[in-house]
Design a protein around this ligand. Structure first.
Ligand code: SAM
Length: 395
């Protein structure tokens, strides 16, 4: 028996224009369901809802980031995030005379902050390349860069594919959580794939026996956590992660990758009590667990299994530079330098900066759930940000 999709209590009602758009996205997905027979996998549903050309959440024009959008990310909360990341990237860039690649640059806020800070540090990269799957966001990023840092615009370019033998720094903030995931349900004697069908004007959950790849992944998870998942246990697995990392790491000759996301180790990801998984949706700053509503007008994400990231990285010959909470990344990485001029700020500015730092570092906000995993390839020095509180041994 599958749960029925429902609109969670307290979720804001979308305006008429958003609902019309959502109907168009739903029609697009429904056509895919019809074409596939009568159901598609959750990963396929997520792919269409987020990235259907000109329609998906990331590929159409919704606001997404910031107060008038659906969620805020660290670079949107405060320039302090990007300034510390720039401090942590400067040595690698200067030593290698290297560049930066940013995946999924969102509004372009991080690129703007980093380039300003790197210029201050006299460590401007040879190139700042953005690999972004959303044409709408590419345009937004271009506008922001031309408006806010026209003096560095010539350094920035947008790429569709990774360069070969890249040397430098790669950044992905909240990109791994935006990769489509498969959902599964363990039963006493098999693994089911949770899929999406369509009935009476709405998307509904369906199941089918898991294919070989998903089955093997679940069996591998069980082998690694040391026990069989309980009957009825539901969770997610990112089948695209390994390929994404393999492509990225094989493009790097020498450098460091900073992956920021909300995530945990595998033992925590598949813990007994976490039997409904880690899929989260964001609509107008309300977080909930129902991906089958508001198609194309809400964000759908899944927390990251960082043990899986580490293993995929090892397979590609990378080393783990460190795995720390976002709070420790910032504190180890030079947050105090950002506070040096605190006394010269007005009272209002001091309050605002304190508010931003609290959001970035408090355990009840983004400090603990958000992690940074650093991956190194070739001879690069491990950044200070991983110097204290490294949890890589828990992975
Ligand atoms: C949650 S947003 C984060 C945006 C930005 N990094 C920030 O922190 O504000 C996810 C971003 O990743 C992009 N994205 C998703 N999948 C991607 C992929 N495979 N390659 C590059 N960008 C991707 C989305 O279009 C979007 O810009």
């Amino acid at each position: 028996m599958q749960p029925e999709p429902h609109i969670p209590e307290g979720l804001p009602v979308p305006d008429a224009t958003s609902l019309e758009h959502s109907d168009r996205v739903a029609a697009f997905i429904r056509a895919r369901i019809d074409a596939a027979g009568d159901l598609i996998s959750m990963a396929e549903f997520m792919q269409h809802a987020l990235y259907a050309p000109g329609l998906g959440y990331y590929t159409a024009g919704s606001v997404k980031f910031g107060e008038s959008g659906d969620f805020v990310t660290a670079p949107e909360i405060s320039p302090v995030f990007g300034r510390v990341l720039a401090q942590q990237s400067a040595a690698t860039i200067s030593t290698l005379n290297g560049g930066i690649i940013e995946f999924g640059a969102g509004s372009g806020a991080l690129a703007v902050t980093m380039l300003k800070k790197l210029a201050e540090l006299d460590a401007l990269p040879a190139s700042y390349r953005i690999l972004e799957v959303s044409p709408e966001l590419c345009e937004r990023q271009q506008r922001k860069i031309m408006t806010e840092i026209p003096e560095f615009a010539s350094v920035v370019s947008w790429i569709d594919a990774l360069p070969v033998k890249f040397r430098g720094v790669v950044i992905a903030n909240e990109v791994l959580d935006a990769l489509p995931v498969e959902r599964f349900v363990r039963t006493a004697d098999e693994v089911l794939q949770l899929c999406v069908g369509y009935r009476d004007g709405q998307f509904v959950y369906r199941t089918r026996i898991a294919g070989e790849r998903l089955l093997q992944q679940v069996l591998e998870i069980e082998a690694r956590i040391g026990h069989r998942l309980a009957d009825g246990y539901a969770s997610e697995v990112s089948l695209g992660l390994q390929g994404w990392l393999a492509e990225l790491l094989s493009a790097i000759d020498t450098g460091i990758v900073f992956l920021f996301d909300y995530g945990v180790t595998r033992q925590e990801y598949y813990a007994l009590e976490r039997d409904q998984g880690w899929l989260r949706c964001h609509f107008r700053h309300h977080a909930h667990n129902e991906p089958l509503i508001y198609a194309g007008i809400q964000d759908i994400t899944a927390w990251v299994d960082f043990s899986a990231v580490a293993e995929a990285a090892f397979e590609q010959g990378a080393e783990i530079a460190g795995f720390v909470t976002q709070a420790l990344f910032l504190m180890n990485g030079g947050l105090e330098n950002e506070l040096a001029a605190f006394d010269s700020l007005t009272d209002v500015e001091q309050l605002e900066l304190s508010r931003q730092i609290k959001l970035l570092t408090l355990p009840s906000e983004m400090g603990e759930n958000f992690k940074c995993m650093g991956l190194c390839k070739g001879a690069v020095a491990v950044p200070d940000a991983f110097g204290f509180g490294d949890r890589a041994h828990n992975l």
